[in-house]
Ligand binder design. Structure first.
Ligand code: PLP
Ligand code: COI
Length: 339
């Protein structure tokens, strides 16, 4: 293999040695096929291609100083994939099957787990889609589950360097009572116009508002939003956002570190009150936000002086990363060691 520059890895795709595949046919899942191909053979009428019957997950494994590989909260991702599968009427993958796949695919690709201290990690991407042929709009009777890994660096350039975000006023990602809580490809397709507009404007990402009233903050592109004020970690409660596992963990950590937490609707009008704001997710980890621009009234909200992330944001970031890498004990039972 060509030498990988671990310290400068982008959040991108690099071919690894093996991926796993299983198919649900005639009422049962096949045992996993280990493949070294990056390609799949797919029926031209598969529902995953035509009607968006597709969901995925994203989780990470980290190399510790002790040379052991640590996997973060796989069971939460397993539960969320089941939630997504049920949401678009796909055959779910059981937690046990999900666990078997994650542990096996990491073990088979150990040489791609970035070294301790590189700032990079192994990103694990489980994918589930309708692979049976249908032409009418109905759920498939056949499903395929694939899991691959790829080593990644930070999602937002520079890692914990504060970024600027643009509020999306003319594109919605998901509707209340729609598919926003499911991790389905269609939500990401729906977000692309807004993401590109933000990128063209020089912003790292977009902030989506609730689609019904455009009054409340939903989430930040592929990450959840949080704001901090008066020692309180505040994060949106909404029917149209993905329940982030990183966010769930930050709420627990904030409480553990003596902060108060609130999960409730967050109006845009509250933005000036926050002392610190950020985006969080598996890919993004924590990305502090320096500036938010709202095109509705040309308002700019600023949070970082001299590009320095806020103190509470950094406290949460350091604690999370220390647990993920095994530098600090894991009092919450979040880590599974991969043998
Ligand atoms: N919101 C969206 C739309 C995402 O794609 C992600 C990434 O998975 C998140 C939030 C963050 O969720 P998690 O922390 O579970 O990765
Ligand atoms: C993740 O954080 O795992 C995501 O899924 C974000 C993304 C790259 C879609």
């Amino acid at each position: 293999m060509e030498a990988i520059d671990w310290k400068n890895l982008p959040f991108g795709y690099i071919k690894t040695d093996y991926n796993l595949r299983s198919t649900f046919k005639n009422g049962k899942w096949s045992s996993f096929e280990v493949s070294n191909s990056e390609y799949i053979d797919i029926h031209i009428a598969a529902t995953g291609l035509h009607y968006g019957q597709e969901a995925f997950e994203g989780l990470k494994a980290y190399m510790g100083k002790d040379g052991r590989i640590r996997l973060f909260r796989w069971n939460e991702n397993a539960k969320r994939l089941i939630h997504s599968a049920k949401g678009i009427i796909m055959e779910p993958v059981s937690e046990a099957m999900f666990k078997e796949a994650v542990l096996k695919v990491i073990s088979l690709n150990k040489r791609f787990v970035p070294p301790y201290g590189s700032g990079a990690s192994l990103y694990i991407r489980p994918l589930l889609y309708g692979s049976g042929a249908e032409v009418g709009v109905k759920p498939s009777s056949e499903y395929t589950f694939i899991i691959f890994v790829t080593p990644v660096g930070p999602y937002f350039k520079g890692g914990v360097v504060p970024v600027n975000m643009l509020i999306s006023r003319d594109v919605d990602r998901a509707a209340p009572q729609g598919t926003g809580t499911f991790k389905v490809g269609g939500n990401y397709a729906a977000s692309l116009r807004a993401l590109l507009a933000a990128k063209h404007g020089g912003y790292a990402s977009t902030i989506f508002l609730d689609a019904k009233e455009k009054k409340y903050i939903d989430e930040c592109g592929p990450a959840n939003f949080f704001g901090i004020k008066n020692n309180t970690y505040v994060t949106p409660k909404s029917e149209s956002i993905l329940q982030s596992i990183t966010n769930l963990s930050l709420v627990q950590l904030a409480e553990h570190l003596g902060m108060k937490t609130e999960r409730r609707p967050v109006p845009v009008t509250e933005l000036p009150e926050f002392e610190e704001v950020g985006a969080c997710g598996t890919a993004a980890v924590i990305s502090p936000i320096a500036k938010i621009f709202d095109p509705a009234d040309n308002k700019v909200y600023e949070y970082c002086k001299d590009c320095i992330p806020g103190e509470k944001t950094m406290m949460l970031y350091r604690k999370l990363v220390a647990i993920q890498c095994g530098d600090e004990p894991d009092p919450f039972g979040w880590i599974t060691i991969v043998e």
